[in-house]
Design a protein around this ligand. Structure first.
Ligand SMILES: [Zn+2]
Length: 464
């Protein structure tokens, strides 16, 4: 009963999330309930601690909105360029030497298992930010592997698993380094990555056979979703973020600077974040603080520490703190960021604004740091600072981007265009925001109507 009971509890948690999320999720959940009794080739592998894993609201309503992922540069990657590329992603998370060592191990392990080194590198960044010692309830080390998940796949020191061939299942094996999934060995980068690359290869071999065998997965793009979730995929946010990291890694490896593209504003723009298209789960006009104010910018899903670039040529017009209340923001030179005790910040947190041409400004908010001075000249794509959560109350780290034209905040999404940013309308988050705004407006109308009725009653009482 233990196992069943646990599964039930997990579903109950998911119930709430899924039914709120989409009709999609609800249908998938029902299918999972109905088919839970149906025959599967093996008990579903899943993370033991699944409760904390949630489908992210930055997910797309329709995964077909994603363009095809870029192909990896051909041939084995150049060691020093691959090291530099991964170090760029994991910068500040460990010493350059340690990250370089991890990068070498990623390359070697990927070659050994025949998997994409850029994908394996992206997964390392997403799972642990290149920290081999990271221990969480979800897993161990660089790729957050959970040994228990694969207990049934371990035989004689090898990974043994089934792949679908026509109507039947055929056995496949992959070698594992000596010691296999021993938790202590998984803290060692080389061992960990050899095991991780074999597991990634296994999921790729088994996919999409497992999607047919296990009902209940939400539509997803690749075996990467299973690397996070196991046999049954509950959400696609992790997969999307891993692919975004892979695009960033490839861009860094190729040292490509995207060319600015012309806009209706008369300025040529690039994406402020690398690895386009990027998901913007919230746009202008949405409620903030229960409707006390309206959102003025575009929130782009991002990771703390990611470089933020100027979206066009211009001059830095402001770099400093947003302060609470209607107080003028405080300019601070970047070299004093670490020294001054930071005042309580307003909603914008640490931010930078760039003036592009007469009357056109862009602002980048919630930064963790910035590196520019007021009056610095910048080119499109030049790094201004890094993504953070400064001034943010509850949401995760993201870039809040504003574009102002002659004093008015305008929607940045159509200016950047669909190739650079996936707009809020395409995300689950936006749908939820619209629903809650609708509820708030309905509530407010009801309150006003009641007040109106009470006033009329008063008036008629006075007349009598
Ligand atoms: Zn799948």
């Amino acid at each position: 009963m233990g196992e069943n009971r646990r599964r039930r509890d997990a579903y109950n948690t998911w119930d709430v999330i899924f039914l709120r999320l989409s009709p999609f999720g609800a249908a998938a959940l029902l299918a999972a309930e109905v088919l839970a009794v149906a025959e599967t080739p093996w008990p579903a592998r899943r993370r033991h601690s699944e409760d904390g894993l949630r489908p992210g609201v930055h997910e797309l309503k329709d995964i077909r909105r994603w363009p095809a992922e870029p192909v990896s540069p051909p041939g084995p990657p150049d060691p020093s360029r691959f090291r530099a590329a991964l170090s760029g992603l994991c910068e500040g998370m460990a010493t350059a030497r340690a990250i370089g060592h991890v990068a070498d191990n990623v390359r070697e392990a990927a070659a050994e298992a025949g998997v994409d080194p850029f994908l394996l590198g992206a997964l390392v960044y997403r799972a642990s930010r290149c920290n081999p010692r990271l221990q969480t309830p979800f897993g161990i080390g660089l790729l957050q592997i959970e040994p228990r998940m694969f207990a049934a796949n371990l035989h004689g020191g090898k990974l043994v698993y089934q792949v679908q061939q026509g109507e039947a299942w055929a056995e496949r094996t992959r070698p594992l380094p000596r010691g296999g999934l021993h938790p202590m060995l998984l803290e060692e980068p080389r061992h960990h990555l050899r095991v991780g690359a074999a597991l990634l290869g296994m999921w790729q071999d088994q996919h999409p056979g497992i999607d047919q065998a296990f009902a209940g997965s939400v539509p997803h793009r690749s075996a990467v979703a299973h690397f996070g979730w196991g046999d049954v995929v509950r959400g696609t946010g992790g997969e999307d973020r891993a692919f975004t990291a892979r695009r960033r890694l490839i861009e860094r490896y190729l040292d490509k600077r995207p060319a600015p593209h012309p806009t209706s504003l008369g300025i040529a723009v690039v994406s402020p974040l690398q690895g386009t298209p990027r998901v913007a789960p919230s746009g202008p006009g949405e409620d903030r603080e229960q409707g006390a104010r309206a959102h003025r910018g575009l929130d782009i899903d991002a990771t703390t520490g990611e470089p933020v670039g100027s979206l066009a040529d211009g001059v830095v017009w402001f770099a400093g703190f947003d302060l609470p209340g209607r107080v003028r923001p405080k300019p601070v030179p970047p070299e004093e960021l670490g020294q001054t005790p930071r005042p309580p910040m307003g909603a914008g947190g640490l931010f930078v604004c760039v003036r592009h041409t007469e009357g056109i400004f862009s602002c980048y908010m919630h930064l963790s740091s910035y590196r520019v001075h007021i009056n610095d000249r910048v080119k499109a794509g030049d790094c201004l600072g890094a993504v953070g959560r400064s001034g943010v109350k509850s949401s995760g780290s993201h870039l809040h981007l504003e574009i102002h034209v002659k004093g008015d905040a305008v929607d940045p999404a159509p200016i950047l265009g669909p190739e650079l940013v996936i707009p809020p309308q395409d995300t689950v988050a936006h749908e939820l925001a619209l629903q809650s705004k609708k509820l708030r407006l309905k509530h407010e109308r009801r309150v006003r109507w009641r007040a109106h009725l009470a006033a009329r009653k008063d008036a008629s009482a006075r007349r009598e």
